[in-house]
Design a binder for this molecule. Structure first.
Ligand code: 0GY
Length: 303
């Protein structure tokens, strides 16, 4: 099938149709800091250069899930299937009544007017994606030029890479002039121990660079055992306890490219008390940290 046809891939697993109501109740004002919208393709066609064609996953479905899970806000991350066309993302932000912020993917030739328009809509970061199965490579110089421009707007950078690529990426990451948020804990190999050299390299990177944050997200993607994802919990817990003021949490709805199974989003929420064991850690993870990064003007005291 040609990539110009906008039908979802034959092996695509759609998001859970009926996630359970979580037993865990997040603190007031909780933020789902990693999720996406896909299309709908009829209004927002997928990019010609995409590596996959997903099912539609609309802003209305995302906001309904937010409410169902007991969350208040979303950070919507531009997914690679939309390339550098952020229209679906911007449309969702503008419909969110200020309850969503965005992470865009931009071209180096973007105009100042476009950047300002994105800022007004709620974009606060750009994403640099290094995952080879998702995107064609972008030269580092292009990323550094983008980094300099968005730093002036007070935005930050979200990076997505595989654990095996971290060592080579470290000098580049250290050059970035903003806060840098690493997706999905740098994708550790959870079949190895916490003292494994690759995971320890990531921990050291965070130890030594106070501008580096991470999302303790995607147990369903990292787990070898499947639900209830017990093999991933120790990695998330270590990062939450060690870097409590630099961690974020997200559902990753609608869970692109899951091949083994589709998680129940309610079940993912119910894992939070296992990775953030006190009310204080949970509030930092779900409210204080994402609010400081994405809604710095909003006072959350006493919420
Ligand atoms: C994620 C993970 C994936 C996909 C994307 O932009 C994307 O297409 O981020 C993935 O396939 O690992 O964070 O949603």
């Amino acid at each position: 099938m040609s990539k110009d046809e906008q039908f979802m891939d034959a092996d695509w697993i759609p998001f859970h149709p009926n996630p359970r109501k979580p037993a865990y109740q997040p603190p007031a004002g909780a933020v789902d800091a990693h999720c996406h919208v896909f299309g709908p393709a009829k209004s927002f066609p997928f990019a010609p250069q995409r590596k996959y064609t997903p099912c539609d996953a609309s802003k209305a479905q995302l906001f309904a899930l937010r409410d169902h899970l007991g969350f208040s806000r979303n950070v919507i991350v531009q997914a690679s299937c939309h390339g550098r066309n952020n229209d679906a993302l911007i449309d969702a932000l503008l419909s969110s009544e200020g309850l969503a912020r965005g992470v865009a993917v931009i071209a180096p030739e973007i105009s100042d007017d476009e950047l300002n328009h994105m800022h007004d809509a709620g974009v606060r970061a750009v994403r640099f994606n290094f995952v080879k199965r998702l995107v064609d490579a972008t030269p580092r110089k292009v990323f550094l030029d983008i980094a300099e421009r968005i730093a002036r707007l007070g935005w930050h950078i979200v990076v997505y890479f595989e654990a095996a690529d971290l060592e080579e990426l470290i000098p580049f990451l250290k050059q970035l002039p903003t806060i840098v948020v690493v997706d999905h804990m740098g994708r550790p190999d959870v079949s190895k121990s916490l003292s494994d050299i690759d995971f320890q390299r990531f921990v050291r990177l965070m130890d030594e660079n106070e501008n580096i944050w991470t999302k303790v997200s995607c147990p369903e993607r990292l787990s070898n055992g499947g639900p209830p994802y017990s093999d991933v919990i120790p990695f998330s817990r270590l990062l939450v306890e060690r870097f409590s003021n630099r961690v974020l949490w997200g559902t990753d709805w609608p869970h692109p490219n899951m091949k083994s199974h589709m998680p129940d989003d309610g079940e993912l929420v119910d894992l939070i008390p296992q990775i953030a064991s006190t009310a204080q850690l949970q509030r930092a993870l779900l409210v204080d940290n994402p609010m400081r990064l994405y809604w710095p003007e909003t006072n959350t005291e006493g919420k």
